[in-house]
Design a protein around this ligand. Structure first.
Ligand SMILES: [Fe+2]
Length: 285
């Protein structure tokens, strides 16, 4: 019988890639990279064979969508940040059966979801950046990518998609690492203010930083029900990435306001390009 063995909310900032290369950003995101590696180390220890990534860079304008290709292979350059992510080569195995099962379960719950096996449907960088560091291919782990930049959707439907992920995994034989790939607050610096504010390493609004820190406290204290009461306003006032649908899906999978686990920050909270970022692991109960 399948199970979600570990869940996490994770960063995917493109400067992690620059952190690996010679230049002025070299080494600057090491703790975030180490966080990804540690999360994968734990997932492997728990027997994970598939990573399901809730990707806040995959924008969808109708319905919910899952990329369930059997193989993902290509070379990626970001349209958003072509100077940050260039010619990133990737090759991963997929888990079409699990993607199809999640879509069927969600649709059964009234949340219309399509699972796609379309060779030219590429991955977005909310999936590619973490996978670059976590290296699922090294132990033949499979990946499934779920669209989590949901422009016309409500958070309760995303919660139900999260529930469907859990139910579909438990009805399968997959051991899953579930990753909500998205930031905390997400007000990117205004273009004309970026340089003067050392934008790569700062947050754009003190209000957002203070709310992020409180949210991390709530997560660490296991006050998830309280957090969920504020999630819609948090996503709104702090410009949550992708509307924070990744977060609604994550907590939907964990049990929503009945979840009593405590978040564990791996590494530290850090600002990036105006946004607030962290890697936070949640045990599955
Ligand atoms: Fe992002």
């Amino acid at each position: 019988m399948g199970e979600i063995v570990l869940a996490a909310k994770i960063t995917h900032v493109p400067t992690m890639l620059l952190s690996e290369q010679p230049g002025k950003l070299q080494g600057s995101r090491q703790q975030a990279i180490d966080g990804h590696k540690e999360i994968m180390r734990r997932a492997r220890e728990l027997g994970a064979d598939t990573v399901v990534v809730l990707d806040t860079h995959w924008l969808v304008n109708a319905a919910y969508h899952i990329n369930s290709n059997p193989v993902f292979k290509g070379v990626y350059t970001s349209h958003e940040f072509p100077h940050f992510i260039q010619n990133l080569e990737y090759e991963y195995q997929g888990n079409p059966a699990l993607g199809d099962a999640i879509a069927a379960k969600a649709t059964e719950k009234g949340v219309f979801t399509l699972s796609h096996q379309v060779e030219t449907l590429d991955l977005e960088y909310g999936t590619l950046v973490p996978m670059h560091f976590m290296k699922p291919e090294e132990t033949n782990m499979k990946i499934v990518s779920v669209a989590a930049w949901c422009t016309v959707h409500n958070l309760q439907d995303s919660r139900k998609l999260g529930e469907a992920i859990r139910e579909a995994v438990e009805a399968s034989d997959s051991k899953v690492l579930l990753l909500a790939s998205g930031s905390l607050s997400h007000k990117i610096w205004e273009n004309e203010l970026y340089e003067a504010n050392n934008g790569t390493f700062t947050i754009s609004r003190e209000f957002n930083r203070q709310v992020d820190l409180r949210v991390l406290e709530l997560w660490q204290q296991g006050e998830i029900a309280t957090f969920l009461k504020m999630l819609p306003e948090y996503a709104n006032y702090c410009s949550g990435e992708g509307g924070m649908h990744d977060t609604a899906m994550l907590f939907g999978a964990l049990g929503w306001d009945k979840y009593t686990g405590k978040g564990e920050i791996i590494g530290e909270y850090f600002p990036s390009s105006g946004t607030g970022q962290a890697n936070v692991v949640f045990p599955v109960l």
